[in-house]
Write a protein that binds this ligand. Structure first.
Ligand code: ZN
Length: 67
């Protein structure tokens, strides 16, 4: 029985912002380069945005922290 670190039905993918130019969320990629986060997703999912980019997009949209 082989046991790896993936759960059944799950796979590990890179954040969409690994390739910001082709990501609809590319503007939320880290300023210093492509996002290197990976995450476990359902195997039917092809794209996902990591929590870092997600939280960045949320804070940018709401702008509660201005000033
Ligand atoms: Zn990301």
């Amino acid at each position: 029985m082989t046991k790896d670190n993936k759960r059944k039905g799950m796979k590990t993918i890179k954040c969409m912002n690994h390739d910001p130019e082709n990501s609809k969320w590319g503007e939320y990629a880290p300023e210093d380069g492509p996002c290197l986060e990976t995450m476990d997703v359902d195997e039917r999912t092809d794209r996902a945005l990591c929590w870092r980019c997600t939280s960045r997009s949320v804070s940018m949209v709401k702008s509660f922290r201005a000033d």
